[in-house]
Design a protein around this ligand. Structure first.
Ligand code: PEP
Length: 249
């Protein structure tokens, strides 16, 4: 059972950005880690997972996928299985990102099945949750987020390493961020939900914040109560920006 205080995780989500020429940024990230105490991961598009894993083979930087199918294999044109990601060199996978929930109709139930598939393949899931602006304005943020945690996390996570990423939908790619007290309120609610679901093991889960994290706001966010790292989109594409966030841990 994974109970100790989690090591911070800083994960970059490259989304549908990057071609072979982008691997140089990853190489610079690996070379600039210094003596960080954080675990660092880069989640490139599926086309780059294998090449990135090769580039980073001798470094501490982990490679992750951005999604996987809930089934092991079969007639699912265009999809990628968890086992294929693992075979290509991934150690982690982002699941339930709001761009998947909104753009591909992913429900909590489907996300939970994908998490199970990831665990079967030996991947460490980063499970994303977060409210829309309307939900926040309507006072539903905590209910939405804790509901997503309950619905998207299958019971078999209990003895596995995983993280939950709180990503308010309205903060992703917008330059907007919640206030530090707002982040802490949601992270505390996620922690309470995790300990009610998994007991003491829930205290060992890293709860990441994601949504317009950049070098200039990283220190304040990363030192907020119950923030155990960051999921970083746009600012993970440039080595200097991503390293600035890693150095703020
Ligand atoms: C994300 O999409 O996971 C994300 C956090 O994006 P950004 O940092 O660009 O807001």
């Amino acid at each position: 059972m994974y109970v100790s205080r989690p090591q911070p995780l800083i994960a970059g989500n490259w989304k549908m950005n990057g071609v072979g020429a982008s691997l140089g940024e990853a190489y610079m990230i690996a070379g600039g880690l210094g003596d960080t105490t954080a675990r660092v991961a880069i989640c490139p598009p599926a086309t780059l997972v294998q090449r990135l894993a090769e580039v980073l083979a001798d470094s501490a930087v982990l490679v992750g996928g951005q999604d996987c199918h809930a089934e092991e294999a079969g007639a699912f044109t265009g999809d990628v299985s968890a086992a294929q990601l693992a075979d290509a060199g991934a150690a982690l996978v982002i699941l339930g990102h709001s761009e998947r929930r909104a753009g591909h109709g992913e429900t909590d139930e489907l996300v939970a099945r994908k998490v199970s598939a990831a665990l079967r393949a030996g991947l460490e899931p980063i499970i994303c949750v977060g409210e829309t602006l309307d939900q926040r304005k309507g006072g539903q943020a905590l209910a939405v987020v804790t509901g997503q945690v309950r619905g998207s996390l299958p019971a078999e996570l209990a003895d596995k390493r995983f993280s939950v990423a709180y990503e308010p939908v309205w903060a992703i790619g917008t330059g907007l961020t919640p206030t530090t007290p707002e982040i802490e309120e949601v992270h505390r609610a996620i922690r309470a939900t995790l300990t009610s679901m998994f007991g003491a093991a829930g205290s060992g889960v890293a709860i990441l914040y994601g949504g317009s994290v950049k070098p200039s706001n990283a220190a304040e966010i990363l030192h907020a109560d119950e923030v155990g790292g960051a999921l970083v989109g746009g600012a993970s594409l440039k080595a200097a920006d991503f390293l600035g966030i890693i150095q703020a841990v």
